[in-house]
Write a protein that binds this ligand. Structure first.
Ligand code: UT7
Length: 325
């Protein structure tokens, strides 16, 4: 018995913000952003939109694609780094919005690797018989924790959500191999200093701008390719496959230079490595399921194709999942 992806969905907020709009906020340029990151625009929530509404929209689309109803879902798993509310998270609001009744729900916090970790958790629920229909959503509203005065981070991120429905299936038909890892020594490469129980919100923390995402960009950059390559290697080993068996690689969408370098290291043709970073920017745990759904809907990924997903992110977490669609 294994786990199969039977439907995908995604949602991007309608407001697309091109790089040139950021030139009015910080000392940056479209040229710098495109050359250093590959990003041209990102979709951002309006002030009145709730982050969990993105998860609901993506989840609804995935359920529709799977031919499933909200009532079929017996686990709602939301990978998110910055939930709607620190307590109770994002998952209860997504579950309520979808109408999944008394099905269990919880948030999964593993930074940008959250969706890949989520595949491992979903597979565990399905294979153990704890669930028969898992709705796994990656949903992130990074614009709400971005310091729009910090040019080192504000140009990088976007908002959005992606989702998949997983059901039990015959072994070898769906999730073929998953490998998830961490490097806790690098925990502070990407973090938000205040607002947790270590440094609760106070006037001082607000004045010191400690409620925004802080990142040591070059440290993350250097780790990204070797970590994703290592995770892919291990996941392929578990699947009993090699890169030659992979039809598509969907890497976490953080930086086009990272994606290009990964493609070179894997020696896989560049057009087999998905990227929507130019339009979507870095949507953290939502980036892989958004790219997956877009590729499925335009018919690029076909049933039976082997897709290798790999990510790295805050924690530091990293991982990979090999899935036959
Ligand atoms: O999702 C997982 C988490 N995030 C990531 O994966 C991000 C990984 N890191 C990166 O993508 C890259 O490190 C960045 C895009 C963040 C930065 O690119 P870089 O090539 O590593 O640049 P850098 O940090 O070494 O900065 C080079 C210069 C600096 O100026 P000086 O000190 O050389 O004068 C920065 O101040 O570029 C400057 N800079 C900018 N200039 C214009 C940094 N951000 C900007 C900006 N516009 N937005």
């Amino acid at each position: 018995m294994g786990a199969r992806i039977v439907g995908t969905g995604s949602y991007l907020p309608p407001r697309a913000v091109p790089n040139c709009d950021l030139e009015n906020l910080v000392d940056t340029s479209d040229e710098w952003i495109v050359q250093r990151t590959g990003i041209r625009e990102r979709h951002l929530l309006e002030e009145q939109e709730l982050p969990s509404e993105m998860g609901v929209a993506a989840g609804r689309a995935a359920l529709e694609a799977a031919g499933s109803a909200a009532g079929d879902v017996d686990l709602v798993l939301v990978a998110t780094t910055f939930p709607d509310m620190t307590c109770p998270g994002t998952a209860p609001f997504v579950a309520a919005g979808l109408g999944t009744g008394d099905a269990p729900f919880f948030d999964l916090t593993a930074g940008c690797t959250g969706f890949v970790y989520g595949i491992a958790v979903a597979e565990g629920f399905l294979v153990s018989g704890l669930a028969e229909c898992v709705l796994l959503i990656g949903s992130e509203a990074l614009s709400r924790v971005t310091d729009w005065n910090d040019r080192r981070t504000c140009v990088l991120f976007g908002d959005g959500a992606g989702a998949v429905v997983l059901r039990p299936g015959p072994e070898g038909a769906g999730v073929l191999g998953v490998s998830v890892h961490g490097d806790p020594e690098k925990a502070l490469l990407l973090h938000m200093p205040a607002g947790g129980t270590r440094l609760p919100a106070s006037h001082n923390t607000v004045d010191a701008r400690l409620h925004y995402l802080q990142m040591e960009g070059s440290g993350v950059f250097r780790s990204a390719v070797p970590l994703m390559e290592r995770a892919l290697d291990r996941a392929l080993g578990k699947a009993g496959l090699s890169m030659n068996d992979v039809d598509w690689v969907i890497p976490h969408q953080a930086n086009l230079r990272i994606i290009d370098a990964l493609a070179r290291r894997l020696a896989i043709p560049r057009d087999r490595v998905m990227s929507n970073l130019d339009r979507v920017a870095n949507t953290s745990a939502a980036s892989i399921p958004i790219a997956l759904d877009e590729a499925v809907r335009r018919g690029q990924i076909q049933p039976g194709d082997v897709v290798a997903m790999t990510a790295f992110g805050a924690g530091v977490t990293y991982g990979a999942a090999i899935v036959r669609m």
